[in-house]
Design a protein around this ligand. Structure first.
Ligand code: 5RP
Length: 229
């Protein structure tokens, strides 16, 4: 099975968590694109609306006739479905390869259950092989680069990329993340940082991994900092 097929079966498995009539959170990326297409094909008209983490996902949802609403106009979301760049066995995630990390983190925080969908290559023993994305206010680029490099690794400015919020991304290469919650807290405290793509205080609740033998379901930490609907 190729990686697109693995992404698609994980996205398909996430449909089981969608409650008819609900408003759901929808993330960003190629795995989520499968989810949006399957949601439209297999459950047409069944959800009330979606809150989306990027302009790209909003466009795709609207193309299928799915209404997209502002988070400020919705109550607690029952589920948030999104992909990941890496997950460890505790379901701490590195996200933001597509640059949508800040809105993703906001929607994850507003959701009761975070359903993460991915192909099985995304499960790792130690986070950090995938460069850790950090969204930064443009005028703070140099300052934040210096502070990040004190943590180890090298921070590289993602070229020709501006986030949906008008900011830049620094990708930290060469980290070995052994305490994801501590690192998330530390990077969040750097002035000029908008958001770090470590999802450890609020990790995923369920990881659906597509592989050659079907979809493997891993459940996460019940102490996640999540919204309760
Ligand atoms: C975007 C993300 C995506 O979830 C992550 O990059 C995974 O993408 P894909 O499903 O294309 O592998 O965090 O900011």
């Amino acid at each position: 099975m190729n990686s697109e097929d693995k992404k698609r079966i994980s996205a398909q498995a996430a449909l089981d968590y969608v409650k008819p009539g609900s408003v759901i959170g929808v993330g960003t990326g190629s795995t989520v694109n499968h989810f949006i297409d399957l949601l439209a094909e297999k459950m047409p008209g069944e959800i009330r609306a979606a809150v989306s983490s990027s302009e790209a996902s909003s466009e795709r949802l609207k193309k299928w006739g799915i209404s997209v609403i502002d988070l400020n106009n919705s109550d607690c979301l029952s589920i948030y479905v999104d992909g990941t760049d890496e997950s460890n066995h505790e379901l701490h995630l590195v996200k933001g390869g597509g640059g949508a990390l800040t809105r993703e983190k906001i929607i994850a925080a507003a959701s009761d259950q975070f359903i993460c969908i991915a192909d099985d290559s995304k499960l790792v023993e130690t986070l950090g092989k995938f460069p850790l994305p950090v969204e930064v206010i443009p005028m703070a680029r140099k300052l934040v680069t210096q502070k990040l490099e004190k943590l180890g690794g090298s921070a590289r400015w993602r070229q020709d990329f501006i986030t949906d919020n008008g900011n830049i991304i620094l990708d930290i290469h060469g980290l070995e993340i052994t305490d994801a919650q501590a690192l998330e807290t530390r990077i969040n405290q750097i002035t000029g940082v908008v958001c770090v793509g470590l999802f450890a205080h609020r990790g995923a609740d369920v990881l659906l991994l597509g592989g050659d033998d079907g979809v493997r379901r891993i459940t996460g930490n019940l102490r996640n900092e999540k919204a309760r609907c």
